[in-house]
Ligand binder design. Sequence first.
Ligand code: FEO
Length: 401
Amino acid sequence: MYCTRNVSDSVVWVGASDRRLALFENLFPIPRGVSYNSYLILDEKTALLDTTDASVTRQYLENVSHSLNGKPLDYLIINHMEPDHCANIAELLLRYPHLTLVGNAKTFAFVSQFYDLDLTGRTLTVKEGDTLCLGSHTLHFFLAPMVHWPEVMVTYEETEQILFSADAFGSFGALNGHLFADEVNFDRDWLDDARRYYCNIVGKYGIQVQAALKKLSALSIRTICPLHGPVWRENLKYLLSKYDLWSRYVPEDNAVAIFYASMYGDTENAANILAAGLAEGGIKNIALYDVSVTDVSVLIAEAFRCSHLVFAAPTYNNGVYPAMYNFLHDMGALSLQNRTIGLIENGTWGPVSAKQMQQLFSEMKQMNVLEPVVTIKSSVKEDSLAALCALKDRILASCTR
Ligand code: FEO
């Protein structure tokens, strides 16, 4: 049976949610599920904006068919050719014989890479600034390369001032009946997943996101319809300001996150001592994570959120403890920058993890490593306690400046 929501009188959300998938991209845990959004514009001509993942095809096709109510489907706008959005192109071409696919030159290169379809006479190639009139609605196409793939474009509908934003402004999380961000407590229930989605999936492409934000700032936007998560029709400034911070790698909060790895509890002890000292010094809401048991996507999101990051890791195989190394490598790959860093290493003989972590940070931009770097030999003793105390004082001074 169909399950749809109206965005407006003539725009229908025809997407679906998946609560069975454990790992998005077979990589990111999604305990709250995920939605695949697709939108149908009903006018003299009809247009679908993107399709969905194959996992929800049955629901999706019922939604489209019901919403068309016997009308032909004229256009499918392909804003993004990643399979979580394009899996139903072939099925739609079969069901709607007059359907024209609308995309840019890169879109159709990717269509032919993924699928063996005869698209003769069934495509319309658009470029930056092109328009497509549906009747009382007119679509404008803007390229947004690398937000999140090179072929990505966004579509702006001028009459209702709706931005169909592709992956941008999306979030992990299934839609529990609510379609609009103003129907939920976004700050409490969605922001962490929206941040985790952005930082891990688009985080690397801050420069490209900034370019897209600049381009979109010329438009008057009333509603943002992303391909995942809630639709925005109120308080767009809230969301835009988050994206502006994240894409400029500016910390959202003046806050401390401590990330530790600990084989037998001694490095964890150092992390706890530092956290307690910071708390006594007045730092609120300290975040403390064991990197061995916390998914790296959560660690990345917290590193994007917080201004001060402390890393405490044992030496392992003459290098950085593997779970910590993986986290730092991911951080570098996602271009995180502009943070204040504290380092704690542990090693029973030949500790080298701090030196190697420092090397990794030197390859990132604007990472300010505070002195002292703390060395623990097996467990915290008076000398390493004094160094921890000195590091705590440096963090306090930096946080409260
Ligand atoms: Fe939701 Fe880049 O695909």
